[in-house]
Design a protein around this ligand. Structure first.
Ligand SMILES: Nc1ncnc2c1ncn2[C@@H]1O[C@H](COP(=O)(O)OP(=O)(O)O)[C@@H](O)[C@H]1O
Ligand SMILES: [Mg+2]
Length: 235
């Protein structure tokens, strides 16, 4: 499988704290690459660097073989990156549909396509509601619809299941499964059930460093991962 997104030796420090410690990982065409790790491991900071919101101290990020250098966030979106947030950002007086229309118009696409992206995100029946009136889970779906409307090659998902109930999580898993193959994903997630259900490969981040990377079975049985993260060290 061809590599779409790659980071190489990425480092980010906040004062004396190393939050990203030589992170080298890639996301390949068609795959869902899960990224798990405890709170504060540096998952969101990594997404921020890939999106150009946070400037790394060293290392490189490339998309389809082209270094992203100091490209702006908007330029990265044009190159094919999109993200969602741990806490949904898009709110307000506008309807769910209009929020998607804005994203479409921003790239010169037809407003009538909004329904398509709302449908992919499971929101067809809620299109006319004000974003502010959607439930937390529906706002996460709306963020996904907006991200999809930019037609990303690689979608960066920052804890799409965060704050969702069991039924909402199951729905989000279905929605993401429906996108598999169409768009590659870096799935940052705390919810193990979701990661194990969705990911083709998983990387484990602890204190900013990747301590293991592999398929679901190898991560589930990795003694280092079990001890450091799953908290079930073999005594
Ligand atoms: N702007 C910042 N300034 C200082 N420290 C930060 C900043 N952003 C994040 N951190 C710290 O970096 C670490 C990683 O944070 P984060 O990437 O949000 O972790 P995660 O998403 O894995 O929970 C944490 O210790 C956090 O407190
Ligand atoms: Mg985070």
């Amino acid at each position: 499988m061809s590599v779409l997104l790659a980071t190489d030796g990425l480092v980010k420090n906040y004062g004396g704290l190393r939050v990203t410690d030589h992170v080298t990982l890639d996301v390949r065409a068609g795959e869902i690459h899960g990224l798990i790790g405890p709170n504060g491991a540096g998952k969101s900071t990594l997404i921020g660097q890939i999106m150009g919101e946070i400037v790394p101290d060293s290392g490189t990020i490339s998309l389809e073989g082209h270094g992203l250098g100091s490209l702006s966030q908007a330029a990265r979106v044009r190159r094919g990156l999109a993200r969602t947030f741990q806490t949904p950002q898009k709110l307000g007086e506008y309807s769910a549909q209009d929020n998607v229309v804005v994203a479409l118009l921003a790239r010169g696409a037809a407003a009538r396509d909004a329904g398509l992206y709302l449908e992919r995100a499971g929101l067809s029946s809620r299109a006319a509601l004000r974003a502010a009136d959607l439930s937390h889970g529906e706002r996460k779906q709306l963020e996904l619809a907006i991200a999809l409307a930019t037609r990303p090659r690689v979608l960066l998902l920052d804890e799409p299941m965060a704050g969702l109930g069991a039924a909402e999580s199951a729905l989000m898993i279905d929605i993401l499964r429906g996108l598999r193959g169409e768009v590659a994903m870096l799935l940052v997630e705390h919810d193990m059930t979701a990661v194990f259900a969705l990911a083709d490969r998983i990387s484990v981040l602890v204190y900013g460093a990747i301590i293991a990377s592999g398929d679901v079975a190898s991560i589930q049985s990795d003694p280092l991962v079990r001890e450091a993260y799953l908290g079930v060290g073999d005594a």
